[in-house]
Design a protein around this ligand. Structure first.
Ligand code: SAH
Ligand code: SF4
Ligand code: F3S
Length: 450
């Protein structure tokens, strides 16, 4: 008689970008379909998984801290298995076993189908490592379990990997070649989240503009996919991220103008305002090209919010280059930005061939100037919204003030307002009365009073 398989409880913690959040949902499905049960109580878990990010050194330091904590739990429960997955697992591979010998399992982003067998291997006291990257894996038949979402907004990946090879970036090494998912699989996921009551979908990829599905009979590019998604769920909001300046085109913007359910928000990372630095980063576009994209967006969609990513202190960045970045920020008047200090990543072109020669104090000073400028720009942008009424998707109760709800408008700005007739998950008309650089504050109005 075969031995009854014991049900194992797994706990999963996720770091990094939305792509990792989406992958953790795939992992949860793979494991639950194989008789594992998910727990949110780390102390009762038989297996702890940490889905990691390698984008900056700091991201990895945090993971080491968590791993040491997991090891302390292993001392209390010697049967506990610890698995590290995702980009840091892919980057460091078995080297992690030297640094943290208590790790039982290492799986890269294309190995998640194999997790059940890998855990079986660890049962016999062996280590399980699978960091093979694939050119095909898109987890097409796996419907992700949205275990940690707010039930309102879902993220659906449309591509995996990245072929861009920006010189500072580790992602092409940790995620492998670019692959586009079958449009029907994406639509199947869209239908599933709609049936589960979600109200908003964000389709994601490292460079969504490169989305391309081709077979004998058809070719579906990103604008075509966006249109398929927008028409499939006209009553739901659609967002997308990340756009890449070199590939971002008018066709995408024209598609946005055709469908009001596609949100008026574009995240278009610029990284630097200096052509010399953009060239060293191998971004493939110039400052002028980027500004031209912005002008094109504004021409068709004057109410569209635009955000960006900026890296300060990249190799050979001079004060003049830094000033070019500040000037570009002012010219574009970004509504929001994610801002980072350059962090050298082993194995990248920049690590091998360029000098990380901007002193740490200088990187910090430049970053602070960028952050301070952006906070003024965000405040300017928000002040322009005073007196306007927006349709807001109510996402939850404000953490800071339990009498208030919070939600987002189409432009992705967070709006806080006193609880009224409206409920979480519904759309409300909210008139903006006050603002800070981070938030809009308003009150619910009936449409005729707006
Ligand atoms: N695919 C997206 C971004 C992915 S990573 C794009 O190309 O726009 C998110 C952001 O992290 C990047 O836009 C960049 O600003 C930042 N980043 C990536 N590598 C970095 C590094 N080595 N040091 C500091 N910031 C980095
Ligand atoms: Fe990294 Fe560039 Fe790819 Fe973005 S586009 S993930 S920055 S290599
Ligand atoms: Fe995302 Fe970090 Fe990997 S940003 S793709 S989890 S390196």
């Amino acid at each position: 008689m075969s031995k009854q398989k014991e049900t194992k409880k797994f706990y999963i913690e996720t770091y990094g970008c939305q792509m990792n959040v989406a992958d953790s949902e795939v992992i949860a499905t793979v494991l639950t379909e194989n008789d594992f049960v998910q727990t949110k109580d780390i102390e009762s878990a038989d297996i702890i998984l940490i889905n990691t990010c390698a984008i900056r050194e700091h991201a990895e330091q945090r993971v080491y801290g968590r791993l040491d904590y997991f090891n302390s739990l292993k001392k209390k429960n010697t049967k506990l298995k610890i698995g590290i997955v995702g980009c840091m697992a892919e980057r460091l591979k078995d080297e992690l076993l030297e640094k943290k010998p208590f790790i039982d399992l290492i799986a890269g982003p294309d190995a998640y189908r194999h997790l059940p067998e890998m855990f079986e291997t660890t049962e016999s006291g062996q280590k399980a490592v699978n960091v093979l990257l694939s050119k095909e894996e898109t987890y097409e038949d796996i419907l992700p379990t949205r275990y940690d979402s707010n039930g309102i907004s879902a993220f659906i990946s449309i591509t995996r990997g990245c072929d861009n090879m920006c010189t500072y970036c580790v992602v092409p090494f940790t995620r492998g070649r670019e692959r586009s998912r079958l449009p029907e699989d994406i639509l199947k996921e869209i239908d599933a989240v709609k049936n589960d009551g979600f109200k908003e979908v964000t389709i994601i990829g490292q460079n969504v503009d490169k989305y391309l599905y081709e077979d004998k009979n058809r070719k579906v590019n990103f604008p075509a996919l966006l249109e398929m998604v927008a028409t499939r769920i006209p009553e739901m909001r659609v967002r997308f991220s990340t756009s890449y300046p070199q590939d971002f085109n008018e066709e995408v913007v024209l598609t946005m103008t055709k469908y009001p359910n596609i949100c008026r928000y574009i995240h278009l990372p610029v990284q630097s305002g200096s052509n010399k630095i953009l060239n060293l980063m191998k971004r493939g576009y110039t400052r002028e090209w980027y500004l031209d994209r912005i002008a094109m967006i504004r021409k068709h969609l004057p109410d569209c919010a635009i955000s960006t990513d900026i890296i300060s202190g990249f190799c050979d960045e001079t004060e003049a280059d830094h000033q070019d970045t500040l000037a570009l920020m002012k010219e574009v008047q970004f509504d929001f930005a994610y801002m980072f200090k350059y962090s050298e990543r082993p194995g990248t072109f920049a690590a091998k061939r360029l000098q990380d020669n901007v002193p740490e104090t200088e990187k910090k000073r430049r970053l602070n100037e960028i952050i301070n400028l952006q906070s003024r720009l965000s405040l300017n942008s928000n002040e322009k919204d005073i007196g306007k009424t927006f349709e807001v998707l109510v996402e939850g109760v404000s953490k800071k003030s339990p009498d208030n709800y919070f939600g987002r408008n189409s432009q992705n700005k967070v709006i806080v307002f006193p609880k009224a007739e409206t409920k979480i998950g519904e759309l409300a008309q909210v008139k903006v009365t006050h603002v800070s650089s981070a938030t809009l504050i308003g009150k619910v109005v009936s449409p005729e009073n707006s």
